[in-house]
Design a protein. Structure first.
Length: 402
């Protein structure tokens, strides 16, 4: 028996490690396009942009781990096609690998601007090489424009502002994160940027990027021009599944799976940011780009392959993610999608510590905490159970027992 894992992401390594911890005795191979040892992605837009970053800190496992666990690790080789019937993957060097089980954990790729706008000095961050290039550019103390105020953009802006650089965020929405967290939370987070000296240009988009030999100007749709030395794109990401076209897999916003990581084709599994798993409660298929979810999905797939006679295991029912911005840790449990009510249950929007609950049709679906880990984490069970929101509030609207 054998398992071939495509992608050395947190999900892919969780599959390989999980197989061994579950007692799987067959061959385990992980193939990744990146030439480096598999590394963690969250630090790339945070700590890895600082001058004192040691890349060793970002490794998911030390090099000797793979030999010790009898995991064959192949780096610098890109998957280009899948023959799902034969469970065979072809790579960019013309070689092929076949296995009894193939696990697809290729993650996502950064959404870029049209090619003609990708001038030298315009960067996205998705790989360690991307992060290293931005880190080197920041050392020259450039005027930085971040296009897109999402998590990667906000985190990178925070690091640059902490270095004393001139930083501008261009965001199409009225405020960054307003679509996710609501106006009150978005205004509080915008306040962190402003207090750190970050300039926010919201409600406007980029009309063009100009320069002779490298980027020099960002032209906005309202006619204004920003003089710039470095541009960082924070435009989100798309599943890295183009290579699977024609494979027979359902590729609707990622690789469609059931709640246990199985695709519609025998012996083909998927986990991590490229996978769209079925939610066993709602029946919806959801793709979650969170580190914790990716690790949980990888562990679940490993269990389901190694222990086929036992009940199948799914990922944790409550997604979780975190973000570090301007010295504050933002943590989120569950989802805010489709929320129709919010409740501030701890702290104040005027202070750098608060917790907000998100509800839909009277039931809690998510919880956001800022510098409040102890307070926010206690809502995990309530979110999992979909408890009524009123049961979590006291008569004046604060969290019961907070």
């Amino acid at each position: 028996m054998s398992v071939l894992v495509i992608g050395g992401s947190v999900a892919g390594i969780a599959v390989a490690d999980g197989l061994r911890s579950q007692g799987y005795q067959g061959a385990v191979t992980v193939v990744d396009a990146d030439p480096s040892l598999p590394y963690d992605k969250p630090p790339l837009s945070k700590h890895a942009l600082k001058e004192d970053w040691d890349p060793i800190k970002g490794l998911l496992r030390p090099e000797e781990h793979y030999a010790a666990k009898d995991i064959e690790l192949v780096t610098g080789r890109t998957a280009v096609a899948l023959d799902a019937v034969r469970r065979t993957v072809r790579f960019d060097d013309g070689s092929e690998r076949q296995a009894d089980h193939v696990v697809l954990a290729t993650g996502v790729r950064a959404r870029l601007l049209p090619e003609e706008l990708m001038l030298p000095g315009v960067h996205a961050i998705r790989t360690a090489a991307d992060s290293a290039a931005v880190r080197a550019a920041l050392a020259d103390r450039p005027r930085l424009v971040v296009i897109g105020g999402g998590f990667i953009g906000a985190e990178a802006a925070s690091v640059a502002a902490g270095m004393g650089l001139e930083v501008t965020i261009v965001e199409a929405l009225p405020l960054p994160f307003q679509h996710l967290f609501g106006a009150d939370v978005a205004e509080a987070m915008a306040g962190w940027h402003r207090a750190a000296g970050v300039r926010l240009e919201c409600g406007v988009m980029v009309a063009g990027i100009e320069g002779a030999e490298r980027v020099e100007r960002v032209r906005l749709t309202d006619g204004r021009v920003l003089e710039v030395d470095l541009v960082l794109l924070g435009l989100g990401a798309v599943p890295a599944v183009d290579w699977l076209d024609g494979s027979g897999l359902d590729l609707d916003n990622g690789i469609t799976c059931d709640e246990d990581g199985r695709t519609g084709l025998p012996g083909i599994w998927a986990a991590g940011d490229a996978a769209t798993w079925r939610n066993p409660v709602t029946g919806d298929h959801v793709r979650v780009e969170h580190w914790t979810t990716a690790k949980e999905q990888g562990a679940a797939v490993a269990h389901n392959i190694a222990r086929p006679d036992e009940p199948a295991r799914g990922a944790g029912p409550v997604p979780y993610f975190w973000s570090d911005q301007h010295g504050l840790r933002v943590q989120f449990l569950g989802t805010s999608a489709g929320h129709d009510a919010t409740h501030l249950v701890h702290g104040s929007f005027d202070e750098p510590e608060f917790v907000v609950l998100y509800a839909r049709e009277g039931r809690i679906i998510g919880a956001l905490g800022v510098a409040a880990a102890r307070h926010v984490m206690k809502y995990r069970t309530a979110i999992s159970a979909g408890e009524r929101i009123e049961g979590l509030l006291d008569p004046v609207g604060e969290a019961a027992g907070a």
